[in-house]
Design a protein around this ligand. Sequence first.
Ligand code: BTN
Length: 275
Amino acid sequence: MSKKSVPADAPKDGRDRVCEKRWQGALTTDWFGRPLFVYTELSSTMDKALELAQDRAHEGALVVALQQTKGRGRLGREWVSGEGGLFFSCILRPPLHKNAQDTAQIALAAGLAAGECVRDFSGKHPWIRWPNDVLLDGRKIAGILVEAQQQSVILGVGINVLQTGNVPDDAAVLSRFAEEPLALESVLNAFGNRFETWYRLWLAEGFEPLHRALRFWMHGVGEPVRVTVGKTVYEGQGLGVDESGRFLMRMDSGAQRAFEQGEVTLLRPLSGDKR
Ligand code: BTN
């Protein structure tokens, strides 16, 4: 039998029980990742998590895939999901999740958690590019996708951790910045602990504490930026997020505009800290 062939008695559900046990053992969270399912390969962890949610899985249930064949990002984009990346989706059941603003705020809570987690392992300050990207040295290192269903919210996160090839040119990989060798499960655990804190705060106090924290994380603040919404492009100066999580821009006319959706890009590359 070659090393890679699957033993005849291996479970047919696609889960990697050995890995799963190790990852469960690495978790120090209260509810995030409880229970935790690790699959060798899925089309997308979002779909598996949605299935679990429809089967009444509790808040915190988490699906990891070591690879995805149809990893997806925002706006129907592909999320390249080869070996070495961390890909997971967590079921959330916030009491008031029914509107788009709440999903956007959950995405920003996850952005803070991912930013802190990347900083912990890289020793460098990442930046959050509204609404859902984490950048390190000007390159994307993590992406967040939040999909709301009737009874649940699925939080999907992809973090480039150990990939050695097959990442887009504009992507950063955490292991290239870390001094110690990294394990995917340690990064998941760090994210989970950070996310629990922000999510708990958000549930208890609303968006205000996150809004305060985000001041230190937002990419494009004080810089000339472009916000693209569908086919429409707006230009002005980035001002950060407002008290509900929308991106604020001062237009060239002097008026302020708040965006609920869109994509932010810098109008000129930064020298210095490469936000
Ligand atoms: C984005 O940057 O547009 C969001 C990317 C989100 C990718 C993660 S990987 C785990 C989960 N499963 C998916 O198919 N997508 C999310």
